[in-house]
Design a protein around this ligand. Structure first.
Ligand code: UD1
Ligand code: UDP
Length: 368
């Protein structure tokens, strides 16, 4: 059985790591069938702080191929990835291509595979924000439409896929591989020295991450968020590991100068272990990330999501997540609630138990 997994951007590395571990264990235990596994990195993310550090922290082996695609427009990134990935597929002819998440690398490689008649497994299928102005939503809908194995993290994903007409035989509720990574990394996360390096104490700071184009590509929106940070950081220290898209825009819009409160601390994107430690010990997380909504729910940390929609409704329904919506001033209401200790406690969604990657591998072995 020849499997080929694809990664491209930061959240992909975290989702593929446990699957590779499961394959490695299968191989070292000499189980049948014999599995050959190849890893392709498209190079969508390439800075060492957006890529290499995750390979190191999560023990991901060197990719067998790096397509070195880099940054560019959606069409450039998708088209160039398809051209380069097709060469790999023609050479390697795998039985199955495994893609994760919702980034441009995900749809580009899925589309390349399906056109060559190669089967596709999509890890994290079925999530829907129902907002088609999000590039990720287009990537999710299209990838799911051409996948043969759809591995779902939360029940809403099953409902969405069934409603879109996907045959139930292709849909598998396996839980969350991102949480597999978190659980298996906990001992190393607890060793992280990030709090002492940043000279901060548990529960005395707020973590902020931002990178969605709807928040950071538009001057007015980003200015609103900068004003928000200025107000919030008067109450609590804000630690802001800055995504490269966001730092470029803060510079271009001349907004770094507007961040006038010394209680707001900018740091470069953090490695996985340091970042999760920072989140785990934080008072609140303020974010527009997809994955961080899930990690905070798992860790029981209050999360305020600076978006109108979420494709991960379970984090709001049973987790610790609050969705801000159109009116950004809602953030203050949620912060007040949390300061008063009246926030929801949350529980861990079904099958977010650290065994999702094993479920994926077993299903593939039994069905491919
Ligand atoms: C991408 C994904 C998004 C995901 C995010 C995770 C798409 C459409 N978007 O967004 O879904 O949530 O990754 O972080 O696939 N850049 C660097 N160094 C890097 C990578 C990017 O400087 O290593 C800069 C470049 O200026 C680039 C910009 O960041 O143009 C955006 O990168 P890109 O991969 O296009 O999208 P992200 O915003 O990172
Ligand atoms: N993350 C990290 N360092 C950071 C910011 C995020 O390790 O400085 C991790 C985070 O814990 C999560 C993943 O990156 O596992 C989420 O990636 P991102 O927010 O870029 O993408 P999204 O999930 O929105 O697609």
């Amino acid at each position: 059985m020849k499997l080929l997994s694809v990664v491209g951007a930061r959240p992909n590395f975290i989702k593929i790591a446990p699957f590779i571990k499961a394959v490695n264990k299968h191989q070292s235990d000499n189980l049948t069938p014999n599995i050959e596994h190849l890893l392709v990195h498209t190079g969508q993310h390439y800075d060492s702080k957006m890529s290499d550090v995750f390979f190191q922290h999560l023990g991901i082996p060197e990719p067998d191929y790096n397509l070195d695609i880099g940054s560019g427009s959606h069409a450039y990134q998708t088209g160039q990835t398809m051209i380069e990935f097709e060469k790999v597929l023609l050479k390697e002819n795998p039985d199955l291509v495994i893609v994760v998440g919702d980034v441009n690398s995900t749809i580009a490689c899925s589309l390349t595979a399906v056109k060559l008649g190669i089967k596709i497994a999509h890890i994290e299928a079925g999530l829907r924000s129902f907002d088609r102005s999000m590039p990720e939503e287009i990537n999710r809908v299209l990838t799911d439409a051409i996948s043969d194995f759809l591995f779902v993290t939360e029940k809403s994903g099953m409902d969405n896929l069934i409603r879109e007409g996907v045959s139930s035989e292709k849909i598998f509720f396996v839980g969350n591989l991102m949480i597999d990574s978190l659980i298996s990394s906990l001992p190393l996360i607890d060793e992280s020295k990030i709090l002492s390096n940043l000279k901060i104490n548990p529960k005395e700071y707020i973590v902020l991450t931002l990178h969605r184009p709807s928040n950071v590509d538009d001057y007015e929106k980003l200015k609103q968020i900068v004003d928000l940070i200025n107000v919030i950081s008067e109450k609590k220290k804000v630690i802001f590991p800055i995504h490269p898209r966001t730092s470029k825009n803060l510079e271009q819009f001349n907004l770094y100068n507007e961040l006038n409160n010394s209680n707001a601390h900018f740091v470069e994107p953090l490695g996985y272990l340091d970042f999760i430690k920072l989140v785990k010990e934080s008072f609140i997380v303020l974010t527009d990330s997809g994955g961080i909504q899930e990690e905070t729910t798992f860790l029981g940390v209050p999360c305020i999501t600076l978006r109108n929609t979420t494709e991960r409704p379970v984090t709001v329904e049973i987790g610790t997540n609050y969705l801000v919506g159109e009116d950004i001033s809602k953030v203050y209401d949620y912060i007040k609630l949390i300061f008063e200790g009246k926030n929801k406690i949350g529980s861990i969604p079904e099958l977010w138990d650290g065994n999702s990657a094993n479920r994926v591998l077993n299903i593939l072995i039994n069905n491919l």
